[in-house]
Structure formats: C-alpha cells, structure tokens
Write a protein that binds this ligand. Structure first.
Ligand code: PLP
Length: 420
C-alpha cells in the first residue's frame, strides 16, 4: 500500500513530472529557510530568552520580560527598532488599522500607492461601507492611487499625487489581496520607496506586510519603510497562534501607534500575555520553516495546476514574495467545486461542504475552504475568494509541504478524475 494507490495513475505520473521540474526551485526555498532561520536563532540568542520567559503575565501585564524579549526579537529580525506583538490584536486588519490610524490626526491624509487597499482595510479607512468611527468622522482623508492595467505601480502618477496632496502617510500593500495583480517583491517595494522619498523625503511609509514575513530574505523595513504590520495567524505565528497581530518599525512611530492600540498614556506598557507567550515565541521560531514549506506547496500547486490547463499566478518558476497562489476558473461553478475539494482534503472538517456566504468586511460573497486547526488561519492549507469575475481562487498555506502536496493532488483528483 502507498498513498499513490488512492489516485489515478495518470495523475501520479504528472506529479512525478512536476516533482522533477520544480526540484531546483524547492532547493532554493530551502536555502532561504536557512537564511531566515539563522536570523531568528541569532535574535533568540542575542536576547537571552530563558525558560522563565515562556510563562507569560496576567492582569496588567506590566514588567513582562518575556513579552519585551519577543518584541525585541520581532524588531531585530524584521528590521525595525521596536515592535508591538500582542494577542490583543484580533487580526491582521486590526493591527494594520491601528498602525495606520494611530499615525494620523485630523486634517491628515493616508495615501495608498498600490491601488485599492485589501477589502477589510477599505472599511477601516472609510473607503467602502459605512463603518462607525471611520477616519472620515475625524476629518482624516484616505485615498489611493489606482494601478494601471499592467498591475505595476505608476511611479510618475504617484509622485504627482504626492506633490499635490502632501499626505502624512504613504501606504504600500505587499501582497495582492483579492486583486488581480502580482504581489510586490521587496525589490519592487524598494523602487517605490525610492520614488516616494525623491518627492517627500520624510513622509512616513507604512507597509501592509500580511503574508509577506519570511517569504524573502529581506523585509520592507530593510529597504526603507518606516513601519509595518501583519497578522499572527498568517506567517509570523508559524501556524501555532490562535490570535494576534504585530506592528514593527521606527521606535517613535511604534510608540505613537501604541496609544491607539490601547489608550493615551498607557500605550504598550500594559497587556498580559497569559498562556500564549510560549506559543508566540515558538511560533516565530518556527515561522521561517513553516512559511518556506507553504511556499514550496504553492510552487507545487502552480506547476501541477498549470499542467492541468488552468491559468495560475505566480507561475511555478516566478519570484515569490508571499504565500498566495491564484488560479483562475472563469466561472463560479468550477471555482466552487475546486474549493469544496480543498476542504475535503483538509485535516479538520473534511466532511463539511463550503458554500458562498456574505462575510463581515467583504463586499462580495466569499467562498472559503478552511479545514484548519485555528479558525480562519491562512498559514494553514486553505483557499478562498470572492465570487466575482474572473472567479479567481486564492490558495495559501500548508503547515507541512507533505500536506499541501497531498491536499492539492487530492483536489485535482476530485475535480479532474472523479467527475460524475
Ligand atoms: C489577510 C490580509 C489582511 C488582513 O489580515 P486578517 O488577519 O485577515 O485581518 C490585510 N491585508 C492583506 C493583503 C491580507 O492578505
């Protein structure tokens, strides 16, 4: 008996071809894991993390040495001076929202230069929906420079807007979100930052780094961004965290946003880490490897699905800067069928059938395969997308390469070989 016995021999043959094709790419990702793991190990050693630091604090959480070390490690590894890494952030959207809104005051503007922000952030910024307490109520402007059809940032248009608007904060979204564009590599982000600084040398540059951590060997702060934020149930949590988010960057800016995270006067000084500090430390320690394996899974997905005739982005041999692998179906039926198959090949709730549903923070109905240990965790093998043309499914994650690989082979078997 072998796992291969469960699948069509023709599919197994295709898998063997893919394995051979992508082997050099997977080896390159292994090298990247090593680079990132070395950075993380060094930060743990430099900060003298002790077994007594794993316990976490209760109540006010003042003088939480373990938390201080965790935040120093995040800052060191991700290229900042200080960080807020807290279970009290309910999600990445919360951390990013706090990071953006904490920087501005009435009369200021936040300008995204990477096109429309991620769906949930549009509500946070008052660009969509009618959220109570949005920055509009405070006289804060939030806008974006549209992306041209190429999907690349139009740097000349950005410079013109900066000269006209003089925003307080320039925001960059690294990962594609639910947009049909490529994610922006660190090299691309470096170009954007250079262009922005040529017009406004001191403007605060914020990066939505969701899905980005450890998917390259440099981070946005390493190429001149001032502050960035993301989720802990994506890459940074290493698949271990049940909640949380982080903000990392320049010391003065992290302090400024800390008063929006809690309240003026308090900032980051309080905030208990109860029973989660050990997981936060261990999760970050494992994050380079978990992220790397998820990317290896995405490369396998890209190669196999392209072989099945589907349009994928990025291609298996293209550079990557996040976990996202998109597949275009062109119609809702195939998209839904494939998502169901992903769910059926997950460890949790494999017997459940996902259906398109309205989701808080999203304008269109969303379908999601989420057979994960942590609810909604997308560092785990998952797929989702809004039901709107061109019916693109966004796949990501996989706690192990072996699961991502088995899961995708199972989904391809269901959709292409078990049609009836
Ligand atoms: C996932 C994501 C977010 C928000 O993170 P959540 O934890 O889901 O709230 C923000 N921006 C981008 C680009 C994302 O992919």
């Amino acid at each position: 008996m072998s796992w291969k016995d469960d699948f069509d021999p023709e599919l197994i043959q295709k898998v063997a071809e893919v394995d051979q094709e992508i082997a050099p790419r997977l080896a390159a990702i292994d090298d990247q894991i090593l680079e990132n793991q070395a950075k993380v190990l060094k930060a743990f050693r430099d900060n003298h993390v002790a077994s007594s630091d794993l316990a976490g604090s209760t109540g006010y959480g003042q003088n939480d040495e373990g938390r201080d070390k965790l935040e120093a490690i995040y800052a060191q590894v991700l290229g900042g001076e200080d960080a807020l890494v807290r279970p009290q952030f309910v999600s990445g959207t919360h951390a990013i929202g706090v990071g953006l809104l904490g920087l501005v005051r009435p009369g200021d503007e936040i300008l995204y230069i990477t096109g429309e922000p991620y769906d949930t952030l549009q509500e946070v910024l008052g660009m969509a929906g009618n959220a109570i307490g949005s920055p509009k109520e405070y006289g804060i402007k939030a806008d974006y420079v549209p992306l041209p059809d190429s999907g690349d940032v139009d740097l000349e248009a950005v410079k013109a807007r900066l000269n006209q608007d003089h925003p307080k904060v320039v925001a960059i979204q690294r990962s594609c979100g639910y947009a049909t564009r490529d994610s922006f590599t660190i090299a691309k982000i470096a170009e954007m930052i250079k262009a922005v600084r040529s017009v406004m040398p001191d403007v605060w540059i914020f990066v939505d780094n969701a899905y980005g951590e450890f998917s390259e060997t440099r981070e946005p702060l390493d190429v001149g961004a001032d502050i960035m934020a993301g989720s802990l149930f994506k890459n940074g949590g290493g698949g271990m965290l049940k909640t949380g988010g982080y903000i990392v960057g320049r010391k003065d800016l992290v302090e400024r946003v800390s008063y929006r995270f809690t309240v003026p006067g308090l900032g980051g000084a309080e905030g208990a880490t109860f029973g989660v500090l050990d997981e936060m430390l261990q999760g970050f320690f494992q994050a380079p490897s978990v992220t790397g394996n998820a990317i290896k899974g995405a490369i396998f997905e890209a190669a196999l699905l392209a072989k099945m005739g589907l349009t994928v982005n990025p291609a298996w041999d293209a550079p990557r800067t996040d976990l996202i692998q998109t597949v275009n179906f062109g119609n809702p039926d195939d998209m839904i069928r494939f998502t169901k198959a992903i769910q059926h090949n997950s460890p949790i709730d494999s017997f459940v059938t996902p259906i398109p549903e309205a989701t808080a923070g999203y304008e269109d109905k969303v379908i999601m395969a989420d057979g994960s240990f942590v609810d909604g965790s997308t560092i785990e093998f998952s797929a989702d997308g809004p039901l709107r043309p061109p019916y693109t499914l966004y796949m990501q994650g996989g706690l192990t390469y072996a699961h991502a690989k088995l899961g995708i082979i199972g989904a391809v078997q269901d959709v292409f070989y078990n049609k009836n």
